[in-house]
Write a protein that binds this ligand. Structure first.
Ligand SMILES: Nc1nc2c(ncn2[C@@H]2O[C@H](COP(=O)(O)OP(=O)(O)OP(=O)(O)O)[C@@H](O)[C@H]2O)c(=O)[nH]1
Ligand SMILES: [Mg+2]
Length: 200
């Protein structure tokens, strides 16, 4: 199919949440399609770039995967400042991580760009037998706070593409994101993984 345009769209995303909830695993599933049982804990933050070439546009996702360990908390504003979207991740097998997720949401509501679109991801949905946070609990909290809610699994890939693709719900996102259809995953043209880098 011929290209109908060549819009360049840049989307800065940040992932926040307690340590071990699966932030890095979600990003790696999205960027590389792989999952590691023993994913190392992130130090500071990791930067990933994913470029999608579509008919109408090229979208460059700049993804900041932050470290969940408390000692890195003070770095977080550097990463969510200027972000178009934030994904707050908790682990459905840990009530503590859900409590922590709510704290992140509150911090973003107070301090982040008011146009920031927030996602709440209840990850490790494959571990149903160990579930501590009900689907309805996550859903209800998200509804009350205007967040887009999904339960995900980096292990089985459940809702991972949806998480990164369905980011066009808000009008404010129009500049940064486009809706991608099911063909999205087959149009990956270029995958770059970097240790560190500059974003706007
Ligand atoms: N069963 C299951 N395990 C997962 C899932 N996502 C991540 N894990 C595992 O949980 C552990 C922690 O995952 P990470 O991706 O490192 O978590 P993180 O949120 O990046 O942790 P920090 O970098 O310390 O903040 C790893 O051993 C992963 O294999 C999932 O969806 N299901
Ligand atoms: Mg990590």
């Amino acid at each position: 199919m011929a290209r109908t345009g060549n819009k360049n769209i840049q989307a800065k995303l940040v992932l926040l949440g307690d340590m071990g909830t699966g932030k890095t695993s979600l990003v790696l599933r999205f960027v590389t399609g792989k999952f590691l049982e023993y994913q190392e804990s992130t130090i500071g933050a990791a930067f990933f770039t994913q470029v999608l070439s579509l008919n109408e546009a090229t979208i460059k996702f700049d993804i900041w995967d932050t470290a969940g360990q408390e000692r890195y908390h003070s770095l977080a504003p550097m990463y969510y400042r200027g972000a178009a979207a934030a994904v707050v991740v908790y682990d459905i097998t840990s009530m503590e991580s859900f409590v922590r997720a709510k704290k992140w949401v509150q911090e973003l509501q107070r301090q982040a760009n008011p146009t920031l679109i927030m996602f709440l991801a209840g990850n490790k949905a494959d571990l149903e037998e160990k579930r501590k946070v009900g689907f309805e609990e996550g859903e209800q909290y998200a509804k009350e706070n205007g967040l887009v809610f999904l339960e995900t699994s980096a292990k089985t890939a459940q809702n991972v593409n949806e998480l990164f693709y369905e980011i066009d719900h808000s009008k404010t996102a129009g500049e940064c994101f486009v809706a991608l259809d099911d063909a999205g995953s087959s149009v990956f043209k270029d995958i770059m993984v970097q240790e560190d880098g500059e974003t706007n």
